[in-house]
Design a protein around this ligand. Structure first.
Ligand code: ASP
Length: 583
């Protein structure tokens, strides 16, 4: 037996017992008459002590230990003279009797404690040391407990957890596939799944009725912060359901997880149409923890002789409570902020509704006080409020206002990390026009069904067809999305047609799915949650990296194991990626 207790376990009740612990040396302190070691494992830290009564040979070993040595000790538990209230074992210490070094350690490249001195790159290179830090380990413990709670909820509800293959044929989900060359079939490739989409639909044809899987998915996307090329989804599909059934099931799952893991009760999730999200929040993933809604001022503000407004497709603004007192410097800085390329506005108009009821604005020349007052009334503005107004092309301006709204929300502390306001965004457009390719793409994926009442528009005005598609958004983060699927092969081939697939291409890529649909496909719908994002949201983190045990760095290469990496010539030949000499 290596240990009788963990390093987080002993309390005052254990005083007098002889115990055996094993763990890592966090810190050695030699105070002359006495020396101390903080011994750490994943459960906590226990103080070990050696003094003049400790046999010399044992004390020598004790004092020679370095940080991160793995040791096994035997000793007696005694009450501490000066107690440490910050740790659970702070009332006691272990008087050393025996010590054995199980494994020495080189000097670690950074200190293994909460406020480490290690930079990002170094911590990633030595991720196994980083994972020894409580703060990092806690995130992974949270992840495990969330996975556990999700599994138990769905299993209780009758979902069958089913694995689907990883070496598959390419499925279109809008990103690039990672591909794996086949040795046995020269010149042919597998793709790694961007999601198990087709398989879960086939499971519905198979009559599984309720499927789920916590599954790795792969997307070879360009570098973006907070994206990982491999990530985990909670992937689900249900039969004989309508959109409402899916929303209710997964609202239930989300609420259960909040309660079980964080002890929080969250309100019912409001439902918001995509069009409303865009016009009021400038985003399809609105953060509804705070108001500050966007209002359209186009009608009131155009045609009054201010050229910027008169030539704009859209004029809109937000009302910032209590900020009329902003100085010139502050409004200049905000103007610079909206002009950054990421936001892309040309300028910023502001109207200050001063505490004394007067109005000051950057466009006094063009607009009377009465007109400005009308704008303020549109926002239900109060004395002390500041209006920020942008104008330009509609989509871009709404998006910029959405970003500005979030920025002001941050500056005014309106986005607390421990408040959660989930909602469903529904009625997404079915198709998205791509200027470059001059064709429609599926906004969600090609298996998403149009709203029945919009089906006639497929012929006449495909861009305005709404889909039975939905996203779960929490605090401005898209947590998941899904749709009611097409289960009719005629409608499905029509979709492929609209998406620009020839009959042959559709047949080659999805023939097996269309075939399956000939044998009795039940109406079905599903959803997938980004598990990493959900965990990072629960953990109050901005990045998903810290909730993944071995994440990729932003450079996308693995600084620890150095993948991707070249492979041997023989391997390339075997995979038919390199011709053998003489062939
Ligand atoms: N497969 C979709 C995705 O990964 C989710 C779904 O429609 O269920 O986004």
């Amino acid at each position: 037996m290596y240990r009788t207790h963990t390093c987080g376990e002993l309390r005052i009740e254990n005083v007098g017992q002889t115990v055996q612990l094993a763990g890592w040396v966090q810190r050695v302190r030699d105070l002359g008459a006495m020396s101390f070691i903080d011994l750490r494992d994943r459960y906590g830290i226990t103080q070990l002590v050696a003094d003049e009564d400790t046999p010399d040979n044992i004390r020598q070993v004790f004092e020679s230990l370095g940080r991160e040595f793995v040791v096994q000790v035997t000793g007696t538990v005694r009450e501490r003279y000066s107690k440490n209230k910050t740790i659970a074992t702070g009332d006691i210490e272990i008087m050393l009797q025996e010590i054995k070094v199980l494994s020495p350690s080189a000097v670690p490249p950074f200190t293994i404690q909460d406020d480490t001195d290690g930079g990002d790159e170094l911590r990633m290179k030595y991720r196994y040391l980083d994972l020894r830090r409580t703060a990092v380990r806690k995130n992974l413990e949270l992840r495990a407990s969330m996975a556990h709670s999700i599994r138990s909820y769905l299993t209780e509800d009758g979902f069958i957890e089913t694995e689907t293959p990883v070496l598959i044929k390419s499925t279109p989900e809008g990103a690039r596939d990672f591909v794996v060359p086949s040795r046995i079939h020269p010149g042919e490739f597998y793709a790694l799944p961007q999601s198990p989409q087709i398989f879960k639909q086939l499971l519905m044809v198979a009559g599984f009725d309720k499927y789920f899987q916590i599954v790795k998915c792969f997307r070879d996307e360009d570098l973006r912060a907070d994206r990982q090329p491999e990530f985990t989804q909670i992937d689900c599909e249900m039969s004989f359901v309508e959109q409402e059934d899916v929303l209710n099931t997964f609202e239930g799952l989300t609420k259960y997880t909040f309660k079980k893991v964080l002890g929080l009760d969250v309100d019912d999730f409001p439902r918001m149409a995509y069009s409303e999200a865009l016009s009021n929040y400038g985003s399809d993933k609105p953060d509804i923890r705070f108001g500050m809604l966007i209002k359209n001022l186009s009608e009131q503000a155009a045609g009054k002789g201010f050229p910027v407004f008169d030539t704009a497709e859209y004029i809109g603004g937000i009302c910032i409570p209590g900020c009329a007192g902003y100085s010139r410097k502050q409004t200049d800085e905000l103007t610079e902020w909206v002009k950054r390329p990421q936001i892309g506005a040309k300028g910023l108009v502001f109207v200050k509704y001063m505490d004394d009821g007067s109005i000051k604005s950057s466009v006094d020349k063009f607009f009377s006080q009465e007109l400005l007052m009308q704008w303020i009334e549109t926002f239900d503005g109060k004395p002390g409020d500041l209006l920020l107004i942008l104008a330009g092309v509609k989509d871009k301006t709404l998006k910029a206002l959405g970003e500005l709204r979030l920025e002001m929300g941050n500056r005014l502390d309106l986005r607390p990390k421990n408040t959660f306001r989930p909602l469903w965004v529904i009625d997404f457009p079915l198709l998205e026009w791509d200027e470059e390719a001059q064709r429609f793409f599926a906004m969600h994926h090609p298996f998403t069904s149009p709203k029945p009442e919009d089906i006639p528009l497929l012929e006449t005005d495909p861009g305005n067809v709404r889909a039975n598609a939905y996203d779960l958004v929490i605090n401005g983060v898209e947590i998941g999305g899904g749709s009611v699927r097409i289960h009719d092969s005629a409608l499905q081939s029509k979709m492929f047609d609209i998406l620009g697939f020839t009959h042959e291409q559709a047949e080659a890529q999805f023939g097996f799915l269309m075939d399956a649909f000939k044998y009795g496909a039940p109406p079905h719908a599903g959803i997938a949650f980004g598990f990493d994002r959900l965990v990072s949201l629960f953990a109050g983190l901005d990045s998903i990296r810290d909730v993944i045990a071995f994440p990729r760095t932003n450079a996308r290469n693995d600084v620890m194991t150095h993948s991707p990496a070249p492979i041997a010539k023989e391997q390339l030949e075997e995979l038919h990626l390199l011709l053998k000499p003489g062939k």
